[in-house]
Ligand binder design. Structure first.
Ligand code: URA
Length: 274
């Protein structure tokens, strides 16, 4: 019997002075635990599992970390697109937008350009033309579309009774000339998009003409001018018509027929909205 495995009551009492009745009570409690299935003693002292645990001691590693110094703090990278959006949306009029663009320091093209080419034409125009970027002549004069492509553009507009002196407003996606007239890079287009968008908002034209692939990319995030041209869509929240760029027409005179069809479409639209 397990009972016999315990030391004799007299031996357990020893010299500690435990009363016989206490011994009997302890033994009965032990028997009751054994009957309930207790098989091992896990600790000398009881553990109160409901007590709030003491906070863990601070680790040595934490204590030994050096305090941050100014030199060790990593600078936060600027987000040019977010900054462009922030400042462009706050420009209350064209002059403020031009000044904001002039103060924008994230576009490398600014450093190689002679002038900021902001716009030309009449600010209350019904038609807003958005080209690609200034070339050499535009960079020198600080006005968009003044070179050969610009002269052809003026003739195209005149053919449907429009002009930058009276009825058209002109700007570009990029206000600074890219070196060697290279194509604008995607990040340059992305950081200029908020300025163009605000520009359109301030002019509030009845129609936006997207001249060429770069202009379509900025407004519609699409390229493929041969497919896009001639179909009205929406750009910067306004009715928009993609067209062949006049510089392309100078190189590909056969495309002038399509350009003429698009000009007639623009004319018809203006007659219907006025
Ligand atoms: N091409 C453009 O797209 N814009 C100009 O201003 C001149 C040429």
């Amino acid at each position: 019997m397990w009972w016999n495995r315990f030391p004799s009551p007299r031996a357990a009492l020893g010299s500690g002075g435990m009363e016989w009745s206490e011994h009997i009570a302890l033994r009965a409690a032990l028997e009751w635990q054994l009957d309930a299935g207790v098989s091992d003693a896990v600790a000398e002292a009881p553990i109160d599992r409901f007590a709030v645990p003491a906070p863990a001691p601070e680790t040595k590693a934490k204590e030994s970390q050096p305090a941050p110094t100014l030199a060790s703090v990593k600078p936060v990278e600027a987000d040019p697109v977010a900054e462009a959006e922030f400042s462009a949306t706050r420009a209350g009029d064209r002059d403020a937008l031009r000044a904001t663009l002039g103060a924008f320091e994230h576009c490398e093209l600014k450093r190689g350009a002679r002038n900021l080419v902001f716009s030309d034409g009449v600010p209350n125009a019904q038609v807003m033309i958005i080209g690609e970027a200034p070339g050499r002549d535009e960079d020198r004069e600080g006005r968009p579309f003044v070179g050969r492509a610009g002269q052809l553009l003026d003739k195209m507009l005149a053919a449907i009774g429009l002009s930058r002196q009276e009825s058209v407003y002109i700007t570009n996606v990029l206000p600074w000339r890219p070196p060697q007239n290279r194509d604008p890079k995607p990040d340059e287009i992305a950081m200029m998009r908020p300025f163009v968008s605000r520009h359109v908002e301030l002019i509030a034209p009845k129609a936006v003409i997207l001249m060429g692939n770069i202009s379509c990319d900025a407004a519609l995030r699409k390229r493929g001018i041969t497919r896009l041209r001639g179909t009205w869509t929406e750009g910067y929240g306004a009715p928009a018509l993609p067209m062949f760029h006049p510089a392309y027409l100078l190189r590909n005179p056969a495309a002038k027929r399509a350009a003429w069809a698009d000009l007639l479409s623009l004319k018809a639209r203006l007659e219907n909205v006025t």
